[in-house]
Design a protein around this ligand. Sequence first.
Ligand code: SOE
Length: 361
Amino acid sequence: MVKKKLRIATIGQGFMGKAHSNAFRQAKHFFDLPFELELALLCGRDQQSLETMAARWGWESTSTDWREAVSRWDIDVIDIAAPNNLHTPIALAAAAAGKMIWCEKPLANTIEDSARMVEAARGLRTLVWFNYRRVPAIAFARQLVEQDRIGTPYHYRATYLQEWGNDPTRPPNWKTDLAQAGSGVLGDLLCHSIDTALYLNGPITEVSAIQKTFAQNRAIDDATLALARFGNGSVGSFEATRYATGAKNRNSFELHGSNGAVRFDLEDLNRLEFTDATGPRNLQGPRSILVTGPDHPYWSNFWKPAHIIGYEHTFIATVADFLFALDRGEPFEPDFGTAHRVQLVLDAVARAAASGSAATV
Ligand code: SOE
């Protein structure tokens, strides 16, 4: 059967440009996709490295002007992996051209911008790369919540810890520049923790927070800590930092409820810790489950049980799920609406930190 084609233009040639390129190439090897993906155009700032990257990942053409992607009639999908300040102008132009839009997180640098993006893209298919939702262990945690294995939730606790802020030899980049990044760890790391929290534990209603800049001559938050109230009555704490010496990419969370608890750490991506608090008390304790086997999310797509997977598979599964939803005419999450709800929480965190008082979301 001849598959429908989707021609993609990715804007961004950095870390995420590479993660997306790989996902577009790999997805059909693991999933029986309803569409054929074509890597049509790669846009970035530097022509020479664009050409090297295009040759490596099999992009058909390159451009140093993202407007070319939006104006070309043969492009179906605009995939935004550029610095944060470009998300809004590119998405608005792509929406005006009627394209599908896939966008890196955070959706925008302000809630006004993310609201405009939601409005402009109404009726269009959108995707936001909150890729961690497709870690099998996190998708499995969500199944346990839905099956009431956690019960009444009491505590949600998340950390997203990196250490590279503490490296004096590391040159500044767009992520450390307020004008381009919009914020520091708030938009870069905390946004992932908030998305996962909303996915697993529902809406956040109120936050209090503190932020700290450790680096000299920088205007972004190097650390953001927040306390939260959830709509379901549970309480949460969040910590995101680039100054957690010893932590490389420790994206972790715990959820404790009346029936049980789960604990996850991205540095051990294939495992989920689960405690069943409903069995005999003398047998209770955390079990470390290798989430790579029969009856676990995505196991049939990737390898055999315990033949572990990695970071790249979360992007592969994201694009595959989007394509299945598109083919069936079903909604897909996370879309712009989902990501805007994350922005509303981030905005409340920033307001709470600035005012020193609790802020409602
Ligand atoms: C920052 O170092 C970063 O690359 C984030 O931007 C990504 O979203 C996160 O997944 C890994 O860390």
